[in-house]
Ligand binder design. Structure first.
Ligand code: DGJ
Length: 727
């Protein structure tokens, strides 16, 4: 890791940021423009990039001031660069919309300076990272600070933007991107993750076109439809070869990722807050911070990109006492009983779970107010003692006596119209005054842009968390924002309220996770509707999808693993026929898929299992407990499937002393050739013993020829093989 500053004739100040596998080079032109010179494979002599022959845009032709063909690091607005700008402003006093950003100075900062109020990657020791701050200014007093942080031993580059009004009149921000990148070659493909409820994280790839393509959310959450991640890859790029330029936004609300190829075939790639309806007034002396964007360059395909994100997010984004601890095996009540339970039923379930040596019993929705369906009571976080047959504390203590920890579901951000909270404070819901509010799942969203509502929520949740020995909280969120407005600030734009909501939510979460450091928090938004790096800063795991079918989960978890560490994914074994898609798969296959994630558990009626099934489950839990230390720290390699319609992955110990490969078939096809699965990520010169057969293999053999996979001749068959280094 290094940041070098150098000077050349054409570019009086230049910057070169180097990670083990990438170089990022910028130069300040003589007229103060910050020019992007290179992002990609490491360059030994960054000075060479500043040669006049390498800068065809200089000198400009006489009378020619268009900037459309110049690779700008962070383009201002209203001037001669007519591509999508990185920032767009308006000075209401005179209607001026220009941000003419010119270089002012830079600073090299040790470590990584932290922002207030937003989730972010952090350092544990200052020596781990270095930060470059470059300051650009507009003559009217707009100051734009660009921050770039690189870490030791990582190919991630963390960017963010801070805008300050140093002038004398107010300025309104309409758009502020966290990162903008001008790449010289448009022959790229865009990889991103799209989906819907119960069908999240589908990987899609398409060529970048000569127009503006955008991936975004206007849902008030990062959303099921698009994830705040995209990668530009060279055609043919696969898991282990090809170039990748990836960007991921550390934010949980409305976001925007754009690619734009201009008339001169240059590709602009931007990521940041969604500018949809967004305006933010900055008075003189005020500043605004964008969320962070985490860029990764990989010259070794998508696998290296994923593992770079996994390491950074698992170790330097997730925080707290659970960050490095393998998680307890849980039983969640949702798919087992839904809203239909009483004390006897719960204790019956809990006993069955305890017999299987489950470690955490999670009571999902339906324990409070008079909530026997999803029509009421959100906001009234008072346990329904009639239904529970006791206090929450008594129930939790009963569960504890069975040898398990107790966990609880909450959906704090919501309010049901049928609730005492709403009847007392109808103006606490997000809504445009004098407009009807749309209901979704018969609920409204609390206006977390308001400090009084945030404070209420902190108190309400603290009371719940203190009321019983609660070891785990599932924090759910089940609807999109609509009619975005605040009764407290009716004049503010939808985009501003949506962002203020996120800042309010982050404040609530920061307070609660700090106040309750021992609780394991899991975020959820109808499954993976807010599975993003922003949430990960507060809650180290997330419910990956409401679809718990093992076969659907292959795409869901495989896509999710493109960016997010498996340790953060909650994956449960559920009942068959599966409740979402009706498919019947074996317990083995359901387990083989679920052990990909660090939040492992069961979500079914344990009392309904046959004796034979109970035996299988007992063995699964025993094996999981033995292996979870290895699984939690292992590195994920998505493997090239041995045949069409198959999914395979390897979990490899960082020191390569041990690994497991899992292969799952979707549909069985008769008359097929033998299946050879090539492993990745292991040491070629080590000898490994496959534990079930006792056979010894050499790493190089498994890397090149692969292992012969034997599967039952049925749909949805799977196998999992464990290998340990032969000493
Ligand atoms: C949506 C979640 O994704 C489910 O797992 C479950 O907790 C329900 N909400 C409860 O209402």
């Amino acid at each position: 890791m290094s940041i070098q500053i150098f000077h050349t004739d054409l570019y009086p100040t230049c910057f070169h940021l180097q990670t083990p596998g990438s170089s990022y080079v910028m130069g300040v032109s003589q007229d103060g423009l910050l020019i992007h010179l290179h992002y990609g494979a490491p360059v030994a002599q960054a000075e060479n990039l500043t040669r006049a022959e390498n800068s065809p845009w200089f000198p400009a032709k006489p009378g020619e001031t268009l900037l459309d063909h110049v690779p700008l690091e962070y383009s201002g607005s209203g001037m001669a660069d007519l591509r999508p700008a990185a920032i767009s402003v308006e000075w209401p006093e005179d209607g001026d919309n220009i941000a003419d950003l010119r270089y002012q100075d830079y600073a090299l900062l040790p470590g990584k300076p932290q922002m207030e109020g937003l989730p972010q990657v952090y350092t544990e020791k200052e020596e781990e990272a270095q930060t470059l701050r470059i300051t650009l200014c507009d003559a009217k007093g707009l100051q734009v600070d660009l921050f770039y942080t690189i870490f030791d031993n990582s190919d991630a580059l963390i960017r963010r933007t801070r805008v300050s009004n140093k002038g004398t009149s107010p300025v309104v921000l309409h758009r502020i991107m966290s990162s903008a990148l001008d790449l010289p070659d448009p022959r790229m493909e865009l990889v991103h993750l799209h989906g819907a409820w119960a069908r999240e994280f589908n990987e899609e790839r398409m060529p970048v076109g000569h127009f503006c393509q955008c991936i975004s959310s206007t849902k008030g959450a990062s959303g099921h439809q698009h994830n705040p991640f995209a990668a530009l890859v060279t055609p043919g790029c696969n898991e282990s070869a090809g170039e990748v330029y990836a960007a991921s936004l550390v934010y949980s609300g409305n976001f925007l990722i754009e690619t734009d190829v201009d008339a001169m075939d240059q590709l602009r790639f931007t990521i940041g807050l969604n500018d949809w309806c967004f305006s933010w007034q900055l008075l003189p002396g005020e500043e605004f911070c964008s969320p962070e964007a985490v860029l990764v360059y990989s010259a070794q395909g998508l696998g290296h990109m994923s593992r770079t994100y996994h390491r950074l997010y698992q170790n330097r984004l997730c925080r707290g006492s659970w960050r490095d601890r393998p998680r307890p095996v849980l039983l969640n009540t949702w798919e087992g009983v839904y809203f239909d339970f009483n004390r006897d039923k719960l204790l019956h379930l809990a006993k069955a779970a305890a017999e299987q040596e489950i470690e955490l019993f999670v009571l999902d929705d339906g324990w409070f107010g008079h909530r026997d369906s999803d029509n009421s009571s959100l906001g009234d976080w008072i346990p329904n003692e009639k239904k529970l047959g006791c206090t929450l504390r008594e129930l939790a203590e009963d569960v504890n006596r069975l040898g398990m920890k107790f966990g609880l579901w909450v959906e704090p951000e919501m309010v049901s119209p049928d609730s005492d909270l709403y009847r007392a404070h109808p103006d606490w819901a997000l809504c445009r005054p004098n407009r009807p509010a749309t209901l979704a799942r018969t609920q409204l969203i609390l206006d977390l842009s308001r400090t009084d509502v945030q404070d209420y929520l902190i108190d309400a949740m603290s009371s719940v968390f203190e009321s019983a020995p609660i070891a785990y909280i599932k924090w759910d969120m089940n609807r999109n924002m609509t009619e975005i407005g605040s009764f407290a600030s009716p004049e503010k734009s939808a985009g501003e309220i949506a962002h203020r909501y996120m800042l309010g939510l982050y404040r609530v979460m920061e307070t609660l996770v700090t106040r309750f450091p021992d609780i394991l928090f899991e975020s959820c938004a109808s499954g993976g509707g807010r599975f993003d790096p922003g949430m990960m800063y507060y809650m180290p795991q997330a419910w990956t999808s409401d679809d718990s079918d093992a076969i659907q989960r292959l795409d869901i978890q495989g896509g999710c693993s493109l960016v997010y560490p498996p340790s953060c994914m909650s994956c449960h074994v559920s009942a068959v026929p599966n409740h979402q898609v009706g498919r019947v798969t074996s317990l083995d296959t359901r387990w083989n898929v679920a052990v990909m994630g660090g939040g492992f558990g069961y979500e079914l009626n344990m009392t309904a299992l046959s004796d034979e099934e109970k035996e299988v489950v007992r063995k699964q839990i025993c094996t999981y407990k033995e292996d979870r230390g290895f699984l939690f720290t292992s590195e994920l390699y998505r493997l090239e499937a041995p045949a069409d319609g198959m999914f395979a992955y390897a979990q490899v110990a960082p020191d390569k002393s041990r690994f497991a490969v899992t292969c799952i078939r979707r549909m069985f096809r008769a008359q097929r050739a033998p299946l050879w699965l090539r492993v990745d990520g292991i040491a070629p010169d080590k000898q490994y013993v496959e534990t079930s057969s006792g056979e010894t293999y050499i790493g190089s053999e498994l890397l090149s020829r692969g292992i012969h996979i034997v599967l039952d001749d049925v749909d949805f068959a799977s196998t999992r093989l464990n290998f340990v280094e032969k000493k």
